[in-house]
Ligand binder design. Structure first.
Ligand code: KIV
Length: 292
């Protein structure tokens, strides 16, 4: 980003303008202060503190176990690292589905405590009612359709959705219902590109794809996937733009080797006492300590 890049927060109308101009919207996940600073510096438009944090950062084997408090801690750290991109908080499994009141209470915590601009919730169905309740309460919402990891078991596992005409219709109907409920944006995950190509012209709001082809209005990827930090199996749609994990392992291994060989710390890493102080210290230490 240039030194003169704008530092004011992007708005939803900036995203709408990008959609109208056919300018792709760039979204990425982040989970802590340094990753927020990195994605800000890289010039992305939106940052999602995804519940993928459960797997990428906290070591759970799905997104289901992560709690609201865990998500809030991560989201607050990201907020402190961001100025320009819009920040989306992901409401975790079990924190919004049961009632409008629960959804509202959780979303308000993300806004008050973590300063998010929007909250994301998964699925169509009853989630459409939750989305409407949040929007009516003045909270901007991102819908998430297609493969919805929080309910992946019910969808037959982590696999592409909408692969038959009927299944594609169901994904598109979910997105349309969420738009009618007033959501500001749709994330569509792991669907054939034909589904996205059919969906985008039907919606006024921007569609952000992840594993949904090139026809979406923007793309989102998981920070740890695109940088090659996450060690688990990668989905078909993941492209690795860097190999940060092996660079990191090499760095730590070089440190370990130098500690073991005595090469680290070298003289330039060591503090020194002012002239004469070391001699005075030795003198002091040589005196008997009172009471011993
Ligand atoms: O949790 C997450 O990171 C997500 C994105 C993959 C869209 O929901």
């Amino acid at each position: 980003m240039s030194a003169h890049a704008p530092t004011t927060r992007l708005t939803l109308s900036d995203l709408a303008k990008k959609k109208d101009a056919g300018e792709p919207i760039v979204m990425v996940t982040a989970y802590d202060h340094p990753s927020a600073q990195i994605v800000e510096q890289a010039g992305v438009d939106m940052v999602l503190v995804g519940d993928s944090a459960a797997m990428t950062v906290l070591g759970y084997d799905s997104t289901v176990p992560i709690t609201v408090d865990e998500m809030l801690m991560l989201t607050k750290a990201v907020r402190r690292g961001l100025t320009r991109p819009l920040l989306v908080g992901d409401l975790p499994f079990g924190s919004y589905e049961a009632s409008d009141e629960l959804a509202l209470a959780t979303a308000q915590r993300f806004i008050k405590e973590a300063g998010v601009d929007l909250v994301k919730i998964e699925r169509g169905g009853t989630t459409v009612d939750r989305a409407r309740a949040l929007v009516n309460a003045g909270i901007p919402v991102v819908g998430h359709v297609g493969l919805t990891p929080q309910t992946a078991t019910a969808l037959g596992g982590f696999r592409a959705q909408g692969r038959t005409a009927e299944a594609a219709r169901a994904v598109i109907d979910d997105a349309l219902a969420l738009q009618d409920a007033g959501v500001s944006l749709i994330v569509v995950e792991a669907v054939p590109s034909e589904v996205t190509a059919a969906l985008v012209p039907l919606l006024r709001i921007p569609v952000i794809g992840i594993g949904a082809g090139a026809d979406a209005d923007g793309q989102v990827l998981v920070f740890h996937d695109l940088l090659g930090i996450y060690d688990g199996p990668a989905a078909k749609f993941v492209k690795r733009y860097a190999d940060v994990r092996s660079v990191s392992v090499d760095g730590v291994a070089a440190y370990a080797a130098e500690v073991r060989s005595g090469a680290y710390p070298a003289s330039e890493h060591v503090y020194a006492m002012p002239e004469g102080e070391a001699a005075r210290m030795r003198e002091l230490l040589a005196r008997p300590v009172a009471g011993l």
